[in-house]
Write a protein of this length. Structure first.
Lengths: 152, 194
């Protein structure tokens, strides 16, 4: 009789705990799908390290900035170029002095082309993609980020 | 009553924090140089008949563009956008100078530049000079220009971004080609307020 009451009590406890866990999961998923993505930084940084010019002069093929840079609106939508070398460098669309940075924000999803003598093609592209929409795309994005352990 | 007071007490700091965040230093729409360097000066033949130098416009925001009068699309679009921006600036337009430097000195005389620019805004000033002078200026600004044959004639592939120079003559920013006039208006207002 007493064992039966204990078992019933445990069953009730287990059911309530399961319901609570399910509710927690639903809330977590809803948050992950609907809460706005707030990255710690929206800067996509590329740096010219010290000595790059000297290495190029010595015949090294130094590629720092890819031909195509991909950005995502609202998440990583600022191209930040920094010249840590001791000579001026054409880096992407700008001539950047030693110690100087160039910070270019994007607000419209599109493909942007810039003349860039630092590239063999003489040009570089920046592809700005829209950020994930609320709901499933945001949930999928967060899941991928979590799986990749990439801080935002 | 006490609950209302409590709610208001709670909300005021939240509202102030939100207002502070909204009022945080607005940033340029253009690509900003940090720290900005002094913009390289130049001496060109101006479309207004006098020497065109950067120093002449100290105290104004200068929007510096490179192009050529035979340009089929990019330059007319840029100049139309800049004219629209100046118009939208109202009385502040007096404190903004658009300077258009040719990458095609063979065809762009001061007179040619003057008549071409007047179609967009009579306040625009064009500049030309000896090829080596223009080439040196382009190097100083990181601008590229390359002549390409087109049928019996030629065109010039060139950097299409616009340089934003503040009232102290510092090269503050670079606006990529294709941005709206409202972006220029936004940035010019910020630079004028500095």
């Amino acid at each position: 009789m007493r064992d039966g009451r204990v078992r019933a009590g445990w069953r009730t406890f287990a059911m309530r705990a399961s319901a609570l866990a399910a509710a927690g999961l639903v809330i977590a998923l809803a948050w992950a799908a609907l809460a706005p993505i707030e990255p710690a930084s929206r800067d996509q940084l590329f740096e010219i390290p010290p000595g790059t010019w000297a290495r190029r002069m010595a015949g090294d093929k130094v590629e720092i900035l890819p031909d195509t840079v991909r950005l995502t609106l609202g998440i990583k939508d600022v191209l930040l170029l920094r010249n840590l070398d001791d000579v001026p460098q054409v880096f992407g669309p700008a001539l950047i002095m030693p110690g100087q940075s160039f910070r270019l924000p994007f607000e419209v999803a599109s493909t942007y082309s810039f003349a860039c003598t630092a590239h063999a093609k003489g040009a570089m592209s920046v592809i700005v993609e829209p950020g994930p929409a609320k709901g499933w795309p945001t949930l999928r994005w967060r899941t991928l980020q979590w799986l990749q352990r990439t801080p935002t | 009553m006490s609950f209302v007071r409590f709610a208001v007490t709670l909300l005021i700091p939240v509202w102030l924090a939100a207002a502070a965040a909204a009022a945080a230093t607005p940033s340029l729409k253009a690509g900003a140089f940090e720290p900005p360097r002094q913009a390289p000066d130049f001496v060109l033949r101006g479309s207004d008949g006098s020497d065109l130098t950067l120093g002449r416009y100290r105290g104004k925001v200068v929007l510096l563009s490179f192009g050529f009068t035979h340009c089929p699309a990019v330059c007319p679009t840029t100049l139309a956008t800049l004219a629209q921006a100046r118009s939208a600036l109202g009385s502040a337009a007096d404190r903004v100078q658009v300077v258009f430097v040719t990458v095609d000195p063979e065809r762009d005389s001061p007179a040619q530049l003057k008549s071409y620019l007047a179609a967009f805004d009579a306040g625009f000033v064009g500049g030309t000079g000896k090829p080596e002078v223009l080439a040196a200026m382009r190097r100083n600004y990181g601008v590229v220009a390359e002549k390409v044959p087109v049928g019996d004639s030629y065109a010039v592939d060139h950097t299409s971004s616009i340089f934003l120079i503040d009232r102290e003559g510092r090269l503050s920013a670079l606006m990529p080609y294709g941005r709206d006039a409202k972006d220029f208006v936004h940035d010019v207002k910020l630079l004028l307020a500095k």
